[in-house]
Write a protein that binds this ligand. Structure first.
Ligand code: ATP
Length: 276
């Protein structure tokens, strides 16, 4: 890999106030290269979203760094952080597209919002770029005249992706982007994300609790367990030769990945190993 798009080194983050404050990430390493899709897999509460939010500059860190194209986002404050966000180099796609789409704002205006905030685009250019972004996610321009509530779940997720892509990001943080979708939409959105990566140097961090849904599209996988990356490597290697009990448990719990799945006693044995 040449210089990584995202280079996270020894990242430690604490959250919460007062006596409830505790360390969530304990020295995490993670890299995403240009044109690469990296899966960040872990159970609920393992710290996946915390890591993504830190890459957006939303969390203070205890130690370590999170560099995007050589800029350590964790050190940016005030106007430098606002400039970084406005540039749109890193974009976030949520599990629930309604988190990024205002229900009272027309789809086209939602998609164009980031361009307007960036400034310097005549109205006609915004409209053309919004139309191109809708086309990129295989939606008709006419759909821009609707409200998010007038779309299907799959269409809404496409709009959320268009809203991210219109800013020509270099890195897309996809946080469980298909978890709320039915099987058909899930496959279509995964295909769309794979195509977006193919067409340029876009890197993606694909966050999921479900190894099965990311195995097919990721180049590499990092397994996050209780705030630590316990295993990482090329996807095939992680799937075929898992070294950590938690990874073995994940693979065993995804029957589509290994045929039969793990028996109950083997699952119990691995859980006991983890709890030891
Ligand atoms: N603002 C906050 N203040 C205190 N604790 C927090 C805060 N945000 C998250 N946490 C805690 O940090 C831990 C990690 O949360 P995070 O959302 O990063 O996990 P996750 O792996 O993304 O989980 P999920 O798959 O359920 O989204 C959890 O124990 C959560 O309760």
């Amino acid at each position: 890999m040449s210089e990584p798009l995202l280079d996270v080194t020894d990242l430690a983050v604490s959250l919460g106030r007062g006596r409830a404050r505790r360390e969530i990430l304990h020295g995490v390493p993670l890299q995403v290269g240009a044109g690469e899709i990296v899966g960040l897999i872990g159970e609920t509460g393992s710290g996946k979203t915390t890591l993504a939010r830190t890459v957006l500059g939303l969390n203070r860190v205890d130690r370590g760094s999170a560099s995007v194209l050589g800029t350590d986002v964790t050190r940016l404050r005030g106007s430098r952080l606002r400039d970084f966000r406005r540039r749109g180099t890193v974009q976030y796609v949520f599990q629930d597209p309604l988190q990024s789409l205002d229900p009272d704002v027309l789809v086209a205006d939602s998609i164009g919002e980031g361009l307007v905030a960036r400034g310097g685009y005549p109205r006609a250019d915004v409209a053309a770029l919004v139309s191109a972004a809708l086309d990129l996610v295989a939606l008709p321009t006419a759909l821009g005249a609707r409200l998010p509530g007038e779309l299907s779940g799959g269409q809404r997720q496409r709009v959320a992706i268009a809203r991210a892509m219109v800013l020509e990001p270099r890195l897309l943080l996809c946080d469980e982007p298909v978890s709320a979708l039915d099987a058909t939409n899930r496959i279509q959105i995964l295909e769309l994300l794979t195509a977006l990566r193919r067409d340029g140097g876009l890197g993606m961090l694909f966050i999921s609790h479900d190894l099965g849904s990311v195995a097919g599209i990721t180049d590499r996988i990092a397994v996050l367990y209780r705030g630590e990356v316990v295993e990482s490597g090329p996807t095939a290697q992680v799937l075929n030769e898992p070294t950590h009990p938690y990874t073995r448990l994940l693979i065993g719990s995804a029957p589509t990945l290994n045929g039969a799945g793990l028996g109950r006693s083997e699952r119990q044995r691995l859980r006991a190993l983890l709890d030891a």
